[in-house]
Write a protein that binds this ligand. Structure first.
Ligand code: ADP
Ligand code: GN1
Ligand code: MG
Length: 372
């Protein structure tokens, strides 16, 4: 659908939410890959989103999770004397009383308060911001430690089941519906030759060696709002994939995006590597945010989380390229292949720096436990 057309639907949807008040302006917003996001400027600024129905096939369940989690967090934030309107998302009801509006085309729209005086970053601009984001994501996991996990719907089945994703990737190569596999022979080989990476964490989980926790599962830097003044990571957003998962994956996904020296879709691969300084900064913040609650195995597996999440995103981008770009939003031809290549470069670089990554984690853990 063209931008103008979506905007027309967005205006109609906005009017279905009372709190949008007198809408002055609506415009596309942010750089997420999944939902269509709009800033609604009115009496109080809001964020309107058209949920991606291809991906979230049960939008009611997604909203049920988000309401459950944000209600739970608001209580904890209030108890700690925080600002519950800024430190977590606020889901606004539509006129129909539901936490979403379904339009005549069957599309689902939701509205949140805008987190004011805060920004989200697409790349690390200041080390302190990266540290604060780590602290906030670690803390987020701790706040949800006693959340009743059994009440959460699995919004995307097998979301971080890397082994299952590997199989989907193999099937996509085999089917080659767009005839693109011949453009990606090296890339396909790269992931095939590292098949064991797809299995490591799933195996540890199956063997009971790592706990399942309530995790965010999409810890990209731009999924956290940083206060413009205090520069603290004040609000974790994009709660669509809060589900039982692995702590090391939350750590790892943030590293693959934020500790890279290049953008996720950088074409010049000489600019892409895993920055050890940023890796250290994030490790320090995450361990602090987790307040000593990670098991020894989880701590030891933090570098693996980074590698596995990077590998997984690589096969996801490649699979999407092979399948005709039906999942991630793209803005140019070959966009998903470019994204896949940065992930490959990062995986290879992490392999080269493996000993250093492990050493950094050891040092940070030692320093953190001394401070506790
Ligand atoms: P996607 O799933 O497509 O990534 P997000 O929920 O992450 O969608 O939203 C996309 C972007 O919109 C975010 O990165 C952030 O910049 C902005 N955003 C989303 N919700 C809010 C909010 N409540 N307040 C301020 N900005 C927001
Ligand atoms: C998507 O929604 P967004 O843009 O924050 C994706 C993540 C990927 C990421 C890659 C629900 O995140 O899993 O790691 O793109 N989210 C979903 O940039 O698939
Ligand atoms: Mg997002």
């Amino acid at each position: 659908m063209e931008e103008k057309e979506i905007l027309k639907w967005a205006k109609e949807a906005a009017s279905e939410f009372e709190l949008a008040g007198n809408v002055k302006n609506i415009r596309p917003y942010g750089s997420g890959h999944i939902n269509d996001t709009f800033l609604v400027e009115g009496e109080k600024d809001c964020i309107l989103q058209r949920m991606n129905r291809n991906i979230f096939t049960k939008p009611e369940e997604v909203m049920d999770n988000i309401l459950g989690v944000t209600t739970f967090l608001k209580k904890k934030i209030a108890e700690a004397g925080g600002d519950e309107l800024r430190e977590t998302l606020t889901v606004l009801s539509a006129r129909n009383g539901k936490p979403f509006y379904r339009d005549s085309q069957g599309e689902y729209w939701r509205m949140y308060y805008l987190i004011e005086d805060a920004v989200s970053y697409d790349r690390v601009e200041r080390d302190e911001d990266f540290y604060e984001s780590a602290l906030a994501f670690g803390n987020f996991q701790q706040l949800l430690a006693d959340y009743p996990a059994e009440t959460l719907h699995e919004t995307i089945p097998g979301f971080h089941d890397t082994k299952a994703r590997y199989q989907v990737f193999l099937d996509a190569v085999e089917a080659d519906v767009c005839g693109r596999a011949e453009n990606a022979l090296e890339e396909i080989e790269f992931f095939k030759s590292r098949k064991e990476t797809a299995c490591v964490l799933g195996d540890l989980l199956a063997e009971g060696k790592m706990p399942l926790r309530v995790t965010h599962n999409d810890t990209k830097l731009n999924n956290i709002m940083v206060d413009k003044e205090t520069r603290k990571g004040i609000c974790v957003i994009d709660l669509d994939t809060v589900m039982p998962g692995l702590a090391v994956n939350d750590f790892g996904d943030a590293i693959r995006f934020g500790a890279s020296t290049g953008d996720e879709d950088e074409k010049d691969l000489s600019k892409v590597s895993c920055d050890l300084r940023l890796f250290r900064i994030y490790t320090e913040g995450f361990l602090k945010g987790c307040k000593g609650n990670l098991t020894d195995m989880e701590v030891a597996m933090l570098p693996m989380g980074a590698k596995v999440m990077t590998y997984e995103n690589g096969i996801r981008f490649l699979t999407d390229y092979l399948q005709g770009d039906t999942y991630f939003k793209i803005h140019r031809e070959g966009h998903n292949l470019d994204r896949c290549r940065t992930q490959m470069k990062l995986v290879a670089d992490m392999e080269k720096k493996w000993k250093e990554l492990e050493e950094i984690v050891r040092e940070c853990q030692e320093a953190e436990s001394k401070m506790r």
